[in-house]
Design a binder for this molecule. Structure first.
Ligand SMILES: NC(=O)c1ccc[n+]([C@@H]2O[C@H](COP(=O)([O-])OP(=O)(O)OC[C@H]3O[C@@H](n4cnc5c(N)ncnc54)[C@H](OP(=O)(O)O)[C@@H]3O)[C@@H](O)[C@H]2O)c1
Length: 304
């Protein structure tokens, strides 16, 4: 039977890939909630999806009537939005409420990360927002699935932060040996498309990871792939990171500084590592490990 899926965030980095993989599934009608399809880059992103059968409904998470139009007839709602409290809490809760009113069966909120439910309240603003949203979504009675896949492998590609392409430096706190769950963006999107449509998936966390490796392991893989050697820049100990994080939490004018340090802290101490991985649920969706990701996505070592 055809499943009607509503996706919010299709013009975003992850949402666009989720839309692509949903459209490969049989027996699906895909509707996209789009704020405005007028910006040229949005048109370019949406055109191939529309050509493959996706329907666009103009709307905004801050505009409840538009959500009621978008959720009409939807069986499953997927959110891949990004933003502050107005989007992540108020907007996603309004979307779930609208879905519940219109008889939607299931929602996947925009979680997609480390196990945010293991975070200490007040330490990580982005995790707090998602947990708050998820609690309020639960109150709507709609079935909720929280997809958790760790950090995107792309975050460890040179140039994305940890590995600095220009200076040839890998930067971390501690000794670089803590294991971190990680999955490529593409595999995350592929899994989201399958999980969303799978009637057998239970409510609650659905965790998976393409790899679990340390910063030191990732450095070896990247060096082998690119032929470059990265200098190690150690920012400090766990105690020093905690002190910097506490200080950043006090300085409320730059909340994102505290968020970045909270990500570093949880990756260093493993507090939000994933558990009960369901990697093997879809045997036809093998998850690439970090070495395979590097071979696909990073430049190859030059041979003389
Ligand atoms: N684990 C990781 O390493 C990792 C890394 C990156 C992201 N993520 C997660 O993945 C999710 C998606 O992130 P992303 O980077 O793909 O986001 P993004 O590229 O910034 O895209 C955000 C999307 O949300 C839409 N949106 C924002 N506000 C909206 C509103 N009021 N109404 C309707 N749509 C709205 C945007 O629409 P417009 O085009 O109109 O702006 C856009 O389509 C987030 O939960 C994020 O935390 C995880």
């Amino acid at each position: 039977m055809t499943q009607n899926v509503l996706l919010a965030g299709a013009t975003g980095m992850l949402g666009g890939r989720i839309a692509h993989h949903l459209l490969l599934e049989p027996e699906i009608h895909l509707r996209l909630l789009v704020r405005s399809a007028e910006r040229p880059n949005q048109q370019a992103l949406l055109k191939p999806l529309i050509e493959r059968g996706a329907e666009v409904v103009q709307g905004d998470l801050s505009d409840p009537p538009s959500l009621d139009r978008a959720t009409q007839g939807a069986d499953v709602i997927i959110s891949a939005v990004q933003g502050g409290p107005d989007v992540i809490v108020d907007g996603q809760v309004a979307l779930a409420q609208s879905g519940a009113r219109n008889g939607a069966r299931r929602i996947l909120p925009s979680d997609y990360g480390l196990d945010l439910f293991q975070a200490t309240p007040g330490e990580h603003l982005m995790f707090d927002l998602r947990r708050t949203a998820d609690e309020q979504i639960a109150a709507t009675g709609i079935q909720q699935i929280n997809v958790l896949q760790g950090a995107f492998m792309e975050m460890f590609a040179p140039g994305a932060g940890t590995f600095d392409d220009d200076t040839g430096t890998v930067t971390y706190w501690g000794d670089g040996t803590q294991m971190i769950d990680t999955t490529s963006l593409e595999d995350t999107a592929r899994m989201v498309a399958r999980i969303a449509l799978d009637p057998g998936v239970q409510e609650g966390k659905f965790a998976f990871a393409g790899d679990r490796l340390s910063i030191l392991d990732a450095t070896k893989v990247i060096e082998a792939q690119t032929g470059r050697t990265f200098k190690h820049l150690v920012m400090g100990t766990e105690a020093e990171l905690r002190a910097a994080h506490s200080q950043a939490l006090q300085e409320t004018s730059h909340p994102f500084a505290a968020v970045l340090l909270a990500y570093q802290l949880y990756m260093l101490i493993g507090q939000t590592n994933l558990s009960h991985l369901q990697n093997g649920r879809y045997p036809d969706v093998p998850l690439e490990n970090f070495t395979q990701f590097a071979a696909r996505a990073l430049p190859q070592r030059r041979t003389a």
